[in-house]
Design a protein around this ligand. Structure first.
Ligand code: HGY
Ligand code: MN
Ligand code: MN
Length: 418
């Protein structure tokens, strides 16, 4: 039986998500990259909502917005909730914000009831998870874990702006990002609430599920280099057409991946130069994203695809550039925290269901700092990274109920054990 505040909070959450979805770089859809003007607007709104929930609010040097519901004990350690506020291009509105606004509404309720916790409850709204602008992943969460590499600061966006410039322009300090790092000893754990982005919970007729592990991921940037030339004069057998090589590679990716059960691989971006109808393509840059729950299998497929790309280049007299831009191993969730989530789901009156995540999450980066758990919320038709992404207010109510119970279980645990 869901308490009345939860139903109200679920409606508030849906309306706040609708509001955030209007804050976009593009008029006809939701696109909000890190450090963009709409991101600044989102931070202003979230700051006000965090203050209303009794939180202390600050922005760290990389640009994450952090709210703390403080324990009375200043020496207490912190339990962290979080997710991201950046989106892919033409995104759905729940991927990310659900995991920020959900815990926030639970904290608001704790505040209004005057509940004191034996730990600080920190909510981190990560600045960049999708990597839309700088073509990487987890920039915000890597700063928190101390794994942000200084060389990231030289990454450039499509307008030639470096990450360092973007951070500075947003009010951050690229030289001080090392200070964003949390000490493992100060942190009790991390929990992320997220839309499932797949069809499993819907098929099982369940509103929420507990994540077991997150698939490993490799992102590669490749360039096929050929020779641009006149579309009307260069005979076919004399051409070094980079796009024909890239096309052969894209179909090879599909064929190799289909032979490996549970492997997924995607070429999502393809840029042809000079990109003119009467010029033979001189170079093509493309993105490759390969994922699997088994690290060895993922690495074997990446190696096979590299060899295939090299072979294509040899036969077509092209040059290959192959750069791994991001790589993370499959990440298991922490048993103790997942069991607390399982208990919270049961106590909320639902059958706990465990499922893996094919999508990546900030939890992957956070696992380098502390134990992680994830709660998935049912997704309509499994559609995500698409404007049709949808969750119901009823399922959001269940998720809030589970998070509220989870915080209660954690608090009881630390009251009794510390
Ligand atoms: O790409 C991913 O899996 C995530 O949505 N960032
Ligand atoms: Mn996400
Ligand atoms: Mn996403």
């Amino acid at each position: 039986m869901i308490a009345t505040w939860i139903d109200q909070a679920a409606h508030v959450l849906m309306s706040r998500i609708d509001t955030l979805a209007t804050l976009s770089e593009e008029p006809d859809g939701l696109t909000r990259s890190a450090y963009s003007p709409p991101m600044r607007h989102v931070h202003d709104l979230l700051t006000a909502w965090m203050h209303y929930a009794g939180m202390h609010v600050w922005r760290d040097n990389v640009g994450n917005l952090i709210g703390r519901y403080p324990s009375r004990n200043p020496q207490a350690r912190a339990f962290l909730f979080g997710s991201h506020l950046d989106t892919v291009r033409n995104a759905g509105k729940y991927d990310g914000p659900l995991g920020v606004l959900g815990p926030l509404l639970c904290i608001e309720q704790l505040h209004h009831q005057g509940v004191e916790l034996p730990f600080h409850l920190d909510l981190i709204a990560f600045i960049d998870e999708e990597g839309l602008r700088f073509h990487t992943a987890y920039l915000g969460s890597q700063a928190v874990t101390g794994h942000f590499k200084r060389e990231y600061l030289n990454l450039v966006d499509d307008d030639g702006i470096t990450l360092a410039e973007a951070i500075r322009e947003f009010g951050g300090d690229p030289a001080a990002i090392a200070l964003d790092r949390r000490e493992p000893a100060d942190v009790l754990g991390y929990c992320e609430v997220h839309i499932e982005q797949g069809p499993v919970l819907e098929a099982k007729n369940l509103p929420v599920g507990v994540v077991t592990s997150i698939a490993g991921q490799t992102r590669i940037a490749l360039t096929f280099g050929g020779m641009a030339g006149h579309a009307g004069t260069v005979p076919m057998q004399m051409r070094r057409d980079a796009l024909c090589g890239a096309a052969e590679f894209v179909l090879a990716v599909e064929a190799y991946t289909r032979q490996s059960p549970d492997m997924v691989a995607t070429v999502g971006k393809l840029q042809t130069e000079p990109g003119v109808s009467n010029v033979i393509p001189g170079s093509v840059t493309l993105s490759l994203d390969v994922r699997h729950h088994d690290n060895d299998q993922r690495q074997v497929v990446c190696q096979l695809l590299l060899e295939r790309a090299q072979h294509i280049c040899t036969t077509r007299r092209l040059k290959l550039d192959w750069t791994v831009v991001h790589q993370n191993p499959a990440t298991p969730c922490t048993l103790a925290l997942s069991h607390l989530l399982e208990r919270a789901v049961s106590e909320a009156g639902y059958r706990p269901h465990f499922l893996p995540s094919g999508a990546g999450h900030d939890a992957v980066a956070m696992a380098q700092l502390t134990g992680i758990a994830m709660l998935f919320v049912r997704c309509k038709d499994g559609i995500s990274h698409h404007p049709d992404e949808s969750v119901t207010v009823e399922d959001v109510s269940v998720a809030l109920d589970v998070v509220d119970r989870f915080i209660g279980l954690l608090a009881n645990h630390y009251r009794t054990h510390e």
